[in-house]
Design a protein around this ligand. Structure first.
Ligand SMILES: C[S@@+](CC[C@H](N)C(=O)[O-])C[C@H]1O[C@@H](n2cnc3c(N)ncnc32)[C@H](O)[C@@H]1O
Length: 183
């Protein structure tokens, strides 16, 4: 679709959202960012505005300990505004080793991923998890959210243990959490 057409549709949707906000006395800025980005790059989008980060902070994780990797510059700006103490890195998470190799002073305690892994070739997924294990402390978990029914990382990989949560039916579409650890 030509960019101009996309921009007209975006403006139209945005106007409708603003009218809805005025009528109901609420702000839906995240939704506006989400729609804009989804229209431009459907495969590279999820919430991307920090609900997982919010949950981590609500559970007591100090934001200063968080390193947030996000590809989308608009979401990065949003995350920087929202979590000024966290380190926000704009870049390709599938290049995690290169991206964070010299940044971390101590091994990471965990990697939490909302990447749409199943849309990527297996080779890329395996490199990502290998990079993540190199950056983490021994036995630290790689935690992955997914809408897929099967594990986004093959379960029979030598040296990696996988465990799945029950489906989270409250999520739309229902999601699942996988936890991978090195044996
Ligand atoms: C399902 S959302 C993750 C939600 C996120 N954990 C949160 O709390 O908002 C997927 C996010 O991954 C980002 N993304 C997709 N591919 C990426 C890549 N290769 N590198 C970095 N971020 C990427 C998208 O821009 C989107 O914001």
């Amino acid at each position: 679709m030509p960019l101009q057409t996309l921009q007209v549709i975006e403006k139209h949707i945005e106007r409708r959202i603003r009218l809805f906000e005025q009528k109901n006395g609420i702000r839906l800025d995240d939704e506006v960012h989400f729609i804009r980005s989804w229209m431009r790059k459907p495969l590279a989008i999820g919430a991307g505005t920090g609900p997982v980060t919010e949950a981590l902070v609500a559970k007591g994780i100090d934001p200063a300990r968080l390193v947030l990797v996000e590809f989308n510059p608009i979401f990065c700006r949003l995350l920087r505004d929202r979590y000024p103490q966290a380190t926000v890195i704009q870049g390709d998470a599938y290049r995690l080793g290169r991206l964070l190799g010299t940044l971390l002073r101590d091994p990471a305690a965990a990697v939490v991923s909302g990447l749409p892994l199943v849309t990527k070739p297996l080779k890329m997924r395996l490199r990502l998890i290998e990079d993540a294990f190199h950056l983490m402390a021994p036995l630290a978990p790689f935690i992955q959210f997914t809408y897929a029914v099967v594990s986004p990382i093959p379960r029979n990989l030598t040296g990696i243990r996988a465990a799945a949560s029950e489906p989270v039916w409250m999520n739309l579409p229902p999601a699942r959490v996988w936890v991978y650890r090195k044996d």
